[in-house]
Design a protein around this ligand. Structure first.
Ligand code: SAH
Ligand code: SF4
Length: 394
């Protein structure tokens, strides 16, 4: 882990808030989903088992997707009987599942401490993308984002993020890890939360998701979206090498300060410099700049031209996202004409600028519509996590 992660200042506790009092036997069981090879080795050694058991366990968990120790037929019977008492293979629990008329699936997931997050599966003709959450809520109060109105409760652990992928694989019936013909082909960190404010756990999760002997997603099929946590962009590119998406949304500091308050901390010149320096960029591997189209706020032809200037020299593509409304928002989506005009200006400058078709809007699963009900928690529980929520956005 690079030291820079800590310089961002914000690394709220991985777990918690915890209940006081004695834990139940189920809570005492060690969760194995999310453990890397080293941790699994330490775990089996603690049980007095030989090291090679860790390799077997890893294979059953990450390649075969076992949800029950009984399935693990290569393990000795005695160990198979003992494991359920001391360990668990739990994924997040599905509290609710909604299927949109366009085939998008949204799961409301309940975590061990009863916090909730959402994950969304978006099937397309040539791919299937799972959008996962990295935090419960978000500290960054982007004005157009529903998640931003939800107070951050905590970071997700690597296991809780990996659990979202495993659960989608369970639901899509895609175990063992298929070589070809997968429905779930791509992972995007575009759900709830700012992944670069939970870098350690995100990195641990991504390394496991990329393991060819495990879940087997290539780095080219994993995209991390950030609102612009500048100091963490370099480590992300260097250490993980995943595709980067940057939530730009505005081309001048005043507008971006308003829409994405993090811009006050890392203004456009710093953000664009970090993009230019993102490791491994070339024409085949570009940064995706996300740009939400908001009526009268950031959608003028002059802003499109400024965007072209801003991206000059960066291997880039632009994703225009029609603003998805949510209850209580101050904004409206740009008109189809404004979006087309904007897109035409970018195309004329040789920038690829597709308009993202909203998916799962009818089930509030589209970009920026995710929000779980954690803010309704009792105040005492929220206060226990208060340090995590105290980070000023700007
Ligand atoms: N926190 C990260 C990743 C999650 S948001 C980030 O901000 O990049 C995923 C994308 O949806 C971001 O580009 C975000 O700006 C966009 N988004 C948020 N609210 C939206 C809305 N109401 N309509 C359309 N896109 C939205
Ligand atoms: Fe957080 Fe991203 Fe939403 Fe901004 S757009 S509030 S960073 S989830």
């Amino acid at each position: 882990m690079s030291t820079q992660a800590h310089e961002t200042g914000f690394q709220p506790p991985r777990h918690g808030p915890f209940k006081a009092g004695p834990r139940t036997p189920a809570e005492r069981r060690t969760p194995l989903v999310g453990m890397d090879r080293g941790e699994l080795t330490a775990f089996v050694e603690q049980l007095g088992e030989p090291k090679f058991r860790a390799k077997q366990l890893y294979h059953w968990i990450h390649h075969r997707g076992a949800t029950d120790f009984d399935q693990m037929t290569t393990l000795a019977k005695g160990l198979r009987a003992r494991l359920p008492e001391v360990a668990s293979l739990d994924r997040p629990m599905v509290k609710d599942k909604q299927v949109s008329h366009d085939g998008t699936i949204k799961w409301l997931l309940r975590l061990a401490d009863l916090q909730e997050v959402e994950a969304v599966f978006i099937p397309e003709e040539d791919r299937g993308t799972l959008c996962i959450s990295s935090q419960v809520g978000c500290t960054l109060t982007c004005r157009f984002c529903h998640t931003g109105t939800q107070r951050l409760v905590r970071n997700l652990s690597a296991g809780e993020m990996l659990g979202q992928i495993m659960l989608a694989r369970d639901e899509l019936n895609e175990w063992p890890t298929p070589k070809d013909g997968r429905r779930l082909t791509n992972i995007v960190l575009m759900g709830m939360g700012e992944p670069l404010y939970n870098y350690d756990a995100v990195a641990k999760m991504i390394r496991q998701a990329m393991d060819g002997d495990g879940l087997g997603f290539s780095r080219r099929r994993i995209t991390l979206s950030t609102s612009g946590v500048v100091p963490m962009m370099q480590p992300c590119g260097e250490e993980l090498g995943v595709n980067l998406a940057v939530s730009l949304h505005a081309v001048d500091d005043a507008t971006r300060d308003y829409l994405v308050p993090l811009n006050k901390k890392y203004p456009l010149d710093q953000l664009m410099a970090a993009c230019r320096a993102y490791p491994g960029l070339n024409n085949a591997r570009r940064i995706t700049f996300e740009y939400v189209m908001i009526d009268g706020v950031n959608d003028s032809p002059a802003e499109a031209r400024q965007l072209v200037r801003l991206l000059d020299g960066i291997p880039a593509k632009v994703n225009l996202i029609p603003f998805n409304p949510w209850p209580g928002t101050e904004f409206e989506c740009s008109s189809p004409e404004a979006i087309e005009r904007f897109s035409d200006i970018l195309y004329a400058a040789n920038l690829s600028a597709p308009v993202r078709t909203p998916r799962g809007q009818d089930i509030m699963a589209a970009c920026g519509q995710l929000r779980s009900e954690s803010q309704r928690q009792k105040k005492s529980v929220r206060d226990a996590a208060a340090p995590a929520a105290a980070e000023p956005a700007g």
